[in-house]
Ligand binder design. Sequence first.
Ligand code: AMP
Length: 309
Amino acid sequence: MTVSIIGSIAFDTIKSPVGSGERLLGGAATYAGVAASIFTPVSIIGVVGQDFPEEHFDFFKSRNIDASSVERSSGKTFHWEGFYEGDMNQAHTVKTELNVLMEFEPKIQDHQKDHNIVYLANIDPVIQRKALQQFRNPELVLMDTMNFWIDSKLDDLKETIKQVDVLIINDQEARLLTGIDNLIKALPEIIKLGPKRVIIKKGEHGAIMYNGKTYFMCPAYPLENLADPTGAGDSFAGAIAGYLAHSETIDDEAFKRAVIIGTLVSSFTVQGFSLDRLKTLNWDMLEAKYEEMKGFIGLPESLRKLPVL
Ligand code: AMP
């Protein structure tokens, strides 16, 4: 199966307790695309400005990322500035300069229109919809969003959510979207908006997946040191989309494996600034980490049955 990802391509200016960086390569489609490219060739769709260096396009090419639907527009590249503090579980936005994103009309190249997995990464929900409409018959559509769009474009966002199979958001966004603090109560409310499946990311507390009937809980990979959590959510979702491209059937089991894989990929993202650590990750490293994760998840045979008291 083939994967297309629509989303922001950005310059990120970031401060965290362990360092800072200015105008680093970032954006939701960038992180998701690089994560998905560990598993499969992938296309990214987005827009950049005149200030976007050619070397970033060279980097996409080196990762087998098809950027032929990335438009270079007159104006400046989208720029996000944020900081993290304390447990770094939440990004605080300082500035969001939409720049070229404001006028962006996505145009999917013909050779990408039959791609069967489409991931609508974080970007204006109207752009997400305009892109989705151009795919002929995708088998699986996943989507992310963030508080910025929940606050500014709620009706448009709900219209887009209606059209997707899987919504992947973080705990704060789930609360903001539904107005419900308790996540277990919020999950069925999100299902009522349209998607068949919801995956809620909870930072250091892992992720919870709900298919309308059953839950799957995945702990985060235990990490002592984080450098920059930017892109954790995007690389989590991009890895899920990329990994699922290899599944013969996209069922509950495949999704469970994909969520574990997404968790492992994002654990690499957060250990470096920008894409520094994510770039170093390959399938062999992931296979080894997956073995390790098995020990943290589920009950070993010896604990499956309670002894009689
Ligand atoms: P996350 O995976 O949630 O940490 O996503 C971080 C990425 O989202 C950064 O690289 C930003 O460039 C990008 N971003 C921040 N704000 C927005 C926004 N309003 N729309 C689209 N992308 C954004």
